[in-house]
Design a protein around this ligand. Structure first.
Ligand code: HEC
Length: 143
């Protein structure tokens, strides 16, 4: 009988003290990520793909010799650059590339999106990367 009571108390305590859903659990989607995905779909997906997959045969140049849009998932090279570089690349678009590197039709977003909006897009992109890719990206110096 005391055993039963003890069990009851333990169950009640477990119900009362159970922890709330942690914010970093996979089922928690922050408002920033929702904003990032919405902005990504509106401004970037036409070239970089709705699933971040990039353009078909993205490693080949276009017929006019310009670059194709690379994927932003872990199969691309977005994660080879740190956040500061990715922000700048999005602000300036293809204009940032010196002529000897090549031509890119990527638009400049500095007059279209604020830095916080671009960072929300980058956070959305990064939220799709596996942990080891995220950790590798975090170790990259400024480039
Ligand atoms: C009209 C097509 C087009 C659109 C729209 C576009 N991009 Fe791009 N993007 C490209 C192309 C082509 C490249 C490859 C050449 C270069 O680096 O500029 C590229 C490259 C990039 C890179 C550099 C990736 C790397 O690994 O070097 C980033 C970051 C990027 N885009 C982010 C974005 C974001 C964020 C958006 C939306 C706000 C966007 N792009 C919209 C065409 C586009």
């Amino acid at each position: 009988m005391w055993g039963g009571l003890l069990l009851l108390v333990m169950v009640a305590a477990a119900l009362i003290f159970r922890s709330p859903l942690p914010q970093d659990s996979p089922s928690f989607i922050s408002p920033e990520l929702v904003e990032g995905k919405t902005l990504y779909d509106a401004h970037c997906a036409a070239c970089h793909g709705f699933n971040l997959e990039g353009q078909a045969d993205w490693q080949q140049p276009n017929p006019d010799g310009s670059f194709r849009a690379p994927p932003h998932d872990e199969t691309g090279h977005t994660w080879h650059h740190n956040d500061a570089y990715l922000l700048e690349a999005t602000r300036l678009g293809g204009e940032r590339l010196p002529a000897n590197i090549g031509v890119s039709a990527m638009p400049a977003y500095k007059n279209v999106l604020g830095d916080e909006q671009i960072m929300a897009i980058l956070e959305y992109i990064k939220s799709t990367w596996p942990n080891e890719i995220l950790e590798a990206q975090q170790r990259i110096p400024n480039r």
